[in-house]
Ligand binder design. Structure first.
Ligand code: GLC
Length: 688
């Protein structure tokens, strides 16, 4: 066994029997020889060769926390779990089902110090966190070679920054993708899509509508069923006139059918069987061929199809589904012995499985970038680095009160695993949703970057305008509140794009020395400034809220609370502002709480005014007035004028949805401006 080590101090790369991995990241330095044991600030790591591959053992200590691993249907704390990395379509999942769609073989250990461990393998790696060996994290790699990265730091944030720094900075999502999005399996015909958009326009704001597989002709990719979609481009343009974007679904498999041009043109670039035959797997359209995204020819063909489809139909985004890839067979995916061609070598599917969706998304993103200004992709599957290209949604959740609670640890764990842009199907995908549950989903996901209502064919209707008034109002208020916080969400998205920091964060990310924080799965932070504790139980009208150390301002009650401690709060009292924060809001307003000096600069970085101290929260900024407050040494940059308003006495309301880009990085001394942009109805580049 040959061990090589590159780098020292905070980030190291360990290679075992060096081989170029399928997904390569750039890591500079000269490799030197290493031994089988590596000391890290969170315990020793020992490497051994086994019959079935390689084993890594990292010591697991009594008070150590283990978090990360991306999309897993468990609580935030990962101790005493066995987690499998194998992108899978579980066809609906519940708490405890593992694996699901997206695998991120990366975890963070927190002791006095913090360390991150990333096993860059796209095959089926298993992490056994103290189950079969009580005092070890045992990692089983089914190959004789491995690439492992170890990151060290004093905070979780530092480790996340290093992991994202290696795997790729998140793309910058377009503003509209942070708004309220709606979807159904499937809205059709064309007139119905417009009807739904019209109903929403009269009731609750919507920023995008999704088209599910029924728009296609026999589920053939990049086609339309012209009986029900006579003029797709016209339909999209009329959505644009209403200020609504259009996103269409694309699956990876192309129907293997003679005469289907897109399939025929791709021949020579598909996944093959071990006998060099075309591999065919059954999915929605029947037997399909799967583009081998590891081959340049397949990527080029795919990109051509994407570009013309997006351009011809004026689409704003693509929704990449079934890309684990999902096949309707016993193993639920392409057989492990099917073959891809990678850099001229034949590689078995089993060793690149977890990279399949990643490669598809990357090709799609690169194609979209050529034809739209701000590409948006919502993907179901991914691998470490997927954040460069796409947001992830958590797939086919089942409408239930437990799923409502489960989505918080899933989405926030993705946040600390490099994927800041994530969300779940509001209302739950499968099953029947009652009004109260749907309204609670809207409230629960208020600060999730992806905020999309989606439902299965045979599930109950869950358009907000169909709900009983009481629940409709609850959900509509959640949407209003989201738009009120939109400049803050946008600011957090920008922070994520520049730093890799998550938007929705588990409490432990901000309060890593607070043991209780690791057990809080029913609250989350939006950025560093806001703690959110929604109601998650049926029939509940109040709950106990845990507030970590510090002073907090309850937005709804206007009360100041001092943590750490538990507080009984009533319905609606779910938003808590951390002292020392300034939050940009719609309506030319800043919500500022704390004291200190807050400076504001104009778009040219000229200081407009400084010196204010000690405001209470809920301060309303009049047009032209320049205000401030907040964090010591904080800086804020503001661009343009916003519309809407934030209101009095700690109670909130919203009037207006328009906003321009504003970004505030509320860390002492760091602030960056993002170029302002006018609200546009379409983001297409001029067609060449
Ligand atoms: C999968 C997706 C779901 C979609 C359906 C039909 O189940 O996860 O969101 O509606 O396929 O395309």
């Amino acid at each position: 066994m040959k061990v090589g080590i590159t780098g020292k101090g905070k980030a190291r790369r360990i290679t075992v029997n060096r081989r170029t991995p399928v997904i390569e990241y750039s890591f500079k330095g000269v490799e030197r020889r290493g031994g089988r044991e590596i000391g890290t600030s969170c315990g020793r790591v020992a490497i051994s060769e086994e019959e079935w591959g390689l084993a890594l053992r990292k010591e697991l200590d009594t008070y150590e926390h283990v978090i990360g691993f991306g999309e897993k249907a468990f609580d935030i704390e990962r101790r005493r779990l066995v987690l499998r990395m194998w992108n899978t379509d579980p066809g609906g999942y519940r708490r405890g089902d593992d694996p699901i769609y997206t695998s991120i073989p990366f975890f963070i250990s927190v002791r006095e110090k913090v360390a991150g461990y990333f096993v860059n393998s796209t095959s089926e790696v298993v992490f056994d966190v103290g189950v079969s060996e009580y005092d070890q994290v045992l990692v089983k790699i089914p190959e004789k070679h491995a690439e492992i990265y170890i990151f060290e730091g004093s905070t979780i944030e530092e480790v996340v920054e290093q992991f994202v720094g290696l795997t790729g900075m998140p793309f910058m999502p377009p503003e509209w993708s942070l708004g309220h999005q709606i979807s159904r399996y499937s809205y059709y015909p064309e007139s119905y899509v417009l009807k739904v958009a019209g109903e929403y326009a009269r009731s609750v704001p919507v920023s995008a509508i999704y088209l599910d597989i029924d728009y296609m002709d026999g589920f053939k990719l990049f086609t339309w069923n012209s009986k029900i979609f006579r003029d797709p481009k016209g339909m999209v343009e009329s959505l644009h006139r209403k200020g609504i974007r259009a996103v269409a679904i694309i699956d990876p498999g192309l129907k293997a059918e003679q005469g289907y041009r897109h399939f025929e043109k791709g021949v020579g670039g598909y996944v093959e069987t071990g006998d060099r035959e075309l591999y065919l797997g059954r999915v929605w359209p029947g037997l399909c061929a799967f583009p081998d995204f590891f081959r340049d020819e397949a990527v080029d063909h795919w990109k051509r199809m994407v570009k013309s489809f997006v351009t011809e139909n004026s689409l704003d985004g693509l929704w990449l589904d079934m890309n684990e890839p999902s096949v309707f067979s016993e193993t639920k995916t392409i057989p492990e012995d099917a073959v891809h061609s990678y850099r001229g070598e034949r590689v078995k599917h089993g060793s690149v499985h977890n990279a399949y969706g990643f490669m598809e998304v990357r090709a799609t993103y690169e194609a979209m970038k050529e034809v739209v200004e701000e590409p948006f992709i919502l993907s179901r599957s991914g691998y470490a680095g997927i954040q460069k290209y796409a947001a992830i949604w958590t797939g086919d959740n089942i409408s239930s009160w437990d799923d409502l609670r489960l989505q918080i640890p899933i989405v926030t764990s993705m946040g600390i695993s490099g994927i800041p842009f994530a969300g779940c199907d509001l209302g739950g995908f499968a099953g029947r949703t009652e009004g109260e549950l749907l309204a609670r989903y809207y409230q629960m996901a208020l600060f999730f970057p992806v905020f999309r209502n989606h439902k299965a064919k045979d599930g109950s209707d869950q358009e907000l305008y169909l709900l009983p008034e009481r629940f409709r109002k609850m959900a509509a208020d959640a949407v209003s509140t989201r738009y009120m916080f939109m400049p803050y969400l946008y600011s957090l998205a920008y922070e994520a794009h520049r730093t890799g920091h998550p938007v929705a964060r588990p409490l432990c990310y901000e309060f890593q020395n607070d043991r209780t924080a690791y057990s809080i799965n029913d609250e989350y932070m939006a950025g560093r400034s806001l703690l959110y504790a929604p109601l998650l139980e049926k029939g509940e009208s109040g709950r106990d809220v845990y507030l970590p150390e510090g002073r907090w301002f309850s937005l709804y009650e206007g009360a100041e609370l001092t943590g750490p401690g538990w507080f009984r709060r009533g319905e609606g009292d779910s938003i808590f502002i951390r002292r020392g924060s300034v939050i940009p809001m719609s309506g030319n307003a800043y919500l500022a709480y704390g004291s200190g000096e807050f400076h504001m600069f104009d778009g040219k970085e000229r200081l407009l005014k400084s010196d204010a101290t000690g405001f209470d929260a809920g301060h309303t900024v009049e047009e032209g007035e320049v205000t401030f407050l907040g964090i010591e040494g904080g800086r804020c940059s503001m661009d343009g004028k916003m519309t809407g308003c934030l209101s009095e006495n700690g109670r909130t309301r919203v009037a207006g949805r328009g906003f321009r880009r504003v970004s505030v990085l509320s860390r002492a001394g760091s602030s960056r401006k993002h170029a302002g942009s006018k609200q546009r109805n379409s983001n297409h580049r001029a067609v060449q």
